[in-house]
Design a protein around this ligand. Structure first.
Ligand code: 7TS
Length: 413
């Protein structure tokens, strides 16, 4: 999809200049922001889009009342089409605005799972899920008397595919899997999983929170049934995200929330629902953030995204090489296919202490269980220190991160 012709060159200084927050000092040191899996920073164009929306366009959408309402509606629906192209979805009606990945998964769990799961049916997830791809399925399993099955994770932090195949049966109705693990960086072989799941008649939901920031996802090529992602992890605002779903599934699903916008006709006896995608968008939507998310996607699309991914790969490889020379580092997540997540323990030191000492030196990482407690249980650890990369990170920042780590070591070990 990305085509190197007519793309903006990969010039790291120019790219960094687009992100005002990266110019900051923290604790008197230039900020080294390595917490991109938690949230990514925003280019100026996203910030400006929010300001432009509220300064010149702000109106409620789909009400056709006046000029501004028409303009806002046009931009809002144009943003939906931008997301459609971002995921290569066949139709814009298959893109539902959400607050983020979490809401997308809950929408499918309640709108599809609750409507169609029967007692004894099975939902398969994996042992490397974020809590947002565990708890919604536990809830719907309780509500429907369905059972949750879990694909184990190997010592190398990969899915145990043999075990997955053994779990599959005619009872399997839903497989919900993380595309890229936030705690381990593992890139899962989702196409293979989808093929196997479809062969037993199950639908497949993918949690794309950590895949969409790194490469161009193509839902038609994957043939997944549902795909959720978060705007704030793809350089857009918080509070907005999208869910892709195949039309024939969305058509038969129950609305997730009810209220204005999602109805066709309401009487006290009976309500009929609006057409897709509005059936799933009760209430006034997050108009400004949807439009600014489209600006973030347009920003990414200026580049050949494979070049952005190469930069992240270079940073990860450099970390892995540096770590190999430090016997105190225990790497968590040795999958062969890995995104820009470097999760580790400094032997003998608690991850929070390492994080605090890094923060004092201007290096922002995340520490703890990363909302994936079962992953920590799998490796019998309390948590990890996680450095996660975006394309705007530099080799110099990796150097400063390791220098800060060396200094932390002198305090802690
Ligand atoms: N799934 C994965 C794989 C994630 O990494 C996250 C957020 C979510 C779902 C939830 O996304 P949300 O936007 O709906 O909150 N992950 C992280 C993280 O790794 N650190 O902070 C948030």
């Amino acid at each position: 999809m990305s085509n190197a012709v007519n793309k903006r060159p990969f010039d790291l200084d120019a790219i960094r200049a687009d992100f005002p927050i990266l110019q900051q000092q923290v604790k008197g040191k230039p900020l080294v922001y390595l917490d991109n899996a938690a949230t990514t920073q925003k280019p100026q164009v996203v910030i400006d889009t929010l300001s432009r929306y509220y300064s010149t366009l702000n109106s409620n959408v789909h009400r056709g009342a006046h000029t501004l309402a028409d303009l806002a509606t046009r931009e809002f629906e144009g943003a939906r089409e931008t997301v459609q192209r971002f995921l290569n979805a066949p139709h814009s009606r298959e893109i539902i605005w959400t607050r983020g990945t979490t809401e997308g998964i809950n929408l499918v769990a309640q709108g599809y799972g609750r409507a169609f799961l029967r007692p004894g049916d099975e939902i398969i997830i994996s042992a490397m899920e974020h809590h947002s791809n565990i708890v919604p399925w536990q809830l719907v399993a309780q509500q429907t008397c369905a059972n949750l099955r879990v694909i184990p994770v190997t010592e190398d932090a990969e899915l145990d595919l043999d075990a997955f195949e053994k779990l599959l049966s005619e009872k399997t109705k839903i497989v919900s899997l993380v595309h890229v693990s936030n705690a381990l960086g593992t890139i899962n072989p989702v196409k293979h999983v989808i093929e196997k799941a479809h062969a037993v008649g199950a639908v497949v939901m993918l949690d794309g929170a950590q895949a969409t920031p790194h490469w161009a996802v193509d839902v038609q090529d994957l043939d997944c049934d549902f795909y959720a992602f978060s705007g704030h992890k793809v350089f857009g605002p918080t509070g907005i995200g999208a869910l892709y779903g195949k039309t024939h599934l969305l058509e038969k699903m129950q609305p997730y929330q009810a209220g204005g916008e999602m109805i066709e006709r309401v009487t006290f006896e009976k309500t009929t629902f609006n057409e897709l995608p509005y059936k799933f968008e009760a209430g006034t939507p997050n108009i400004a953030d949807a439009i600014a998310l489209a600006a973030a996607i347009d920003y990414l699309n200026q580049f050949d995204r494979t070049q952005l991914a190469q930069q992240e790969h270079l940073l990860l490889q450099t970390c892995l090489e540096r770590a190999a020379d430090m016997p105190e580092i225990r790497l968590i997540g040795r999958a062969k296919e890995k995104a820009g997540v470097f999760s580790f323990l400094l032997q003998g030191a608690h991850p929070h202490d390492v994080g605090t000492l890094l923060d004092q030196q201007g290096v922002a990482v995340r520490t703890g269980h990363h909302c994936a407690m079962p992953v920590m249980d799998r490796f019998n650890i309390p948590g990890t220190v996680r450095a996660s990369f975006a394309f705007y990170n530099t080799l110099d920042e990796v150097d400063r991160f390791f220098a800060a780590l060396e200094k932390a070591k002198t305090f802690l070990l």
